[in-house]
Design a protein around this ligand. Sequence first.
Ligand SMILES: [Zn+2]
Length: 455
Amino acid sequence: MKERMIRVIVCLPVILALSCVFLLWREGGKTGMIVYAQTAALSGEAETEGAQLPASVAYHLKKARKDAQQYYYYAAIKRLSSIQNYEQYEPVTEAISHYQDLMNQCREYPLDQITHIFFHTLIYDTGKAFDSDEDADGYNQVMTTVSEFKWIINSLYRKGYVLVSLHDMAQVDENGVMKPGRIMLPEGKTPIVISQDDVSYYHYMDGDGFASRLVLDGDGKVKCEYVNDDGSVMTGDFDLVPILDDFIELHPDFSYHGRKGILAMTGYNGVLGYRTDEAYKTGANLQDDQRAFLAQHPDFDFDAEVSQARAVAEAMKANGWEFASHTWGHLNATTSSWETLAKDNERWMKNVAPILGSTDMIIFAFGADIGDWNPYAGDNPKYSYYKNAGYHYYCNVDSNQYWLQLTDSFLRMGRRNADGYRMYYNPEMLSDLFDVDAVWDRSRPVPVSAMGVQY
Ligand SMILES: [Zn+2]
């Protein structure tokens, strides 16, 4: 294997956030028509008001503007250039030339200076999560609250961070060779990867202040359900996915080419709050909490559960979200044999992939990697298995700001935990991203327990 390896640990560049300025179109007028205005500063020409464009042209201008806000200038220009006789519409030619200028001002961001943070399911009701029951200490260590997450993404946005995917950092070419990607961003913008683990709403979390599942609302948007003590159900933004969706709707320039986050998914309790594992259908090898769930839901409809989960997953993927394997059974890949990992992956393929789609990314449970810090070698049977099974992207947990290995065969990246443990014990390790003093949820019990931290 020809190694093209990058492994860098670098300390704290302070990066100034500069807002990008974009062409502003002001919508108005009759249905299907657009009255356009543009800032003279951007176009270099006098403001034009009142001219009317065919609805289809206005539509493409609007779509192109969204692409350009997300640094996808190439797509914006391609879209506008494909309008029939586009040269006759001045707003179109001006937009093309403006996007061309912005594209020319972008520079390629170094892949080895991209950081990756991750979260677990967010705590919505801190009173329930931190109620001193047996799970409270663990939640306080490895979870982040809804309020903290909102502060964190505001801080990231203000500092100029932009969400990218592992798939922007590298892609497998037609010959099966991993090739570095080119992330092109304006000065002052910094790529970051965000992932969220275990978005299954496991049975053990019931009644502890977490959402219960992801659903589609009347507009087809992904929202959370939350079950109150009296059994009534609320729908809203009680976890990371809808919070980030809403934030990017308000601030499209927080996303590169429409990217959102990567969800690392197990399968043993189903996915996204739906009880989709075959055990719920066959009744074989049920755990106690699964048996209790089925007893409490005599009208449980497995097929309906699967199709609802699939609809939510489809909507998420169409909206920039991606899924990774977190192993089916939340296995420790360091201590498991390759044969165990292989059997586990077959279960993921059988029970999870039909709902979320297959994936080429694996995010190790507990951060437990299949090798030491040296690049994976072909004689590592766990790596050989996963690579042959189609995995090209591997993530562990590492508290350094940057940890990347990119070879002809794989991309391997460290992830940083932005949770109660890290915020309480090492706030300085997060200072490039946010100020823990401002973010910290005062309803957390202190001190945060330091015992048995696991991811
Ligand atoms: Zn996990």
